[in-house]
Design a binder for this molecule. Structure first.
Ligand code: KG4
Ligand code: ZN
Length: 341
């Protein structure tokens, strides 16, 4: 089954084609709106929707060309239905549903975070179920117990800012430009190890929830008290990143311990979402006593491939839906069901 995936939940238009008969990604194209939003220092929802409208059709054509396919070769359509920006979601949902209607093929609404957490399945050594997923993006920070596709239990999540959001806001405050996460991460490499010590929020109390807005404020106070040199900036970036990575490491270890069985079976942890591209996080999590899986770098951030894959699995299992366009800007992972009937 050849499935066209459409991702338009935020500021990237992602289109891809996944073939379930060969378990292969046939094509994958991405158009990023980063330059469009850069001058505003963040995503402007209305501009995002309009740009998706401009880019989606040409990008679908280019993706088909890359796969050497025509529209009539497609067997199904998968589009991100939520969570995300309502106007942006609406574009992908309308195009996906209409294409499917016109081609008389099925379409499926995909949960954006299910897309992220299944992204490691596109690699040559995919994890087996069950596993724990650390989802770290601009909008979400959560630990999820994944027993099977569609069987998700949220073990912990951020009570305030998502970790990517904290990276972005801290970077903005330090005047680092947009999107701040990767820029701050690069600057952190030039920071001196012990110049500043940042707190590790939510560690002393038990549980698996996170909190990142305090760290952002701590970074601001530290910056205001410093001499504001370039080295101070790098030192703050370094201390901030260390605090974030440490808290994520501790919570992942705790999550693994909380469901370890008495036979000490080796556990699996997958990391997905934009912050999964962070080098220091990848390095640190490799120290855990578990098998660790990451998607390749370009599938950590938003992309069409993960949506094509997640949708293909559901379509292949015969999931059907009414032909309605109904994006869900808010949508809990726990509402999903297993695809098999
Ligand atoms: O998954 P994603 O592309 O979009 C959402 O669904 O939110 O994640 C984007 C987030 C942004 O906050 C971005 O700054 C962050 O991921 N990010 C990073 C890195 N690369 C992307 N944060 C820290 N270090 C990075 N290398
Ligand atoms: Zn995302």
């Amino acid at each position: 089954m050849k499935v066209l995936g459409i991702e338009t939940s935020c500021d990237e238009t992602g289109i891809a084609i996944y073939d379930t008969s060969t378990d292969e990604l046939l094509a994958d194209k991405l158009y990023s709106q980063v330059a469009l939003h850069a001058e505003y220092g963040g995503v402007v929802p209305e501009l995002a929707s309009r740009d998706h409208i401009r880019k989606i059709t040409p990008l679908i054509k280019e993706t088909l060309q890359q796969a050497k396919l025509s529209l009539t070769d497609l067997d199904g359509i998968a589009y991100t239905s939520g969570p995300g920006l309502i106007g942006a979601l609406m574009v992908g949902a309308s195009v996906g549903r209409s294409l499917a209607w016109g081609l008389k093929i099925p379409a499926v609404a995909v949960h954006h975070m299910e897309g992220h957490l299944l992204a490691p399945m596109l690699e040559s050594n995919p994890p087996e179920f069950p596993f724990i997923a650390l989802l770290v993006s601009g909008g979400h920070t959560m630990l999820v117990e994944v027993k099977a596709i569609g069987d998700y239990r949220i073990m912990g999540e951020s009570l305030d800012d998502a970790v990517g959001e904290a990276f972005d806001k801290t970077a903005k405050m330090l005047g680092l430009g947009y999107p701040g996460g990767p820029i701050l991460a690069e600057l952190a490499e030039q920071g001196e190890a012990d110049a500043y010590k940042f707190p590790r929020p939510m560690i002393r109390q038990g549980g698996l929830d996170f909190s990142y807005s305090g760290l952002k404020t701590f970074a601001l106070t530290t910056w205001n008290k410093s001499a504001k040199s370039e080295q101070d900036k790098a030192n703050i970036a370094h201390a901030f990143q260390e605090a974030v990575v440490d808290t994520l490491f501790i919570k992942c270890r705790r999550a693994l311990e909380s469901i370890a069985d008495e036979n000490q079976t080796r556990q699996r942890l997958i990391i997905a979402g934009g912050v999964g591209a962070n080098k220091r996080l990848r390095e640190k999590l490799a120290e855990l006593e578990a098998d660790i899986f990451f998607p390749r770098m370009q599938f950590c951030t938003d992309n069409g491939a993960m949506i094509a894959y997640a949708g293909a699995i559901r379509l292949q299992a015969g999931q059907t839906e009414e032909a309605v366009i109904q994006p869900k800007p808010r949508w809990s992972l726990e509402e999903l069901e297993r695809p098999s009937t």
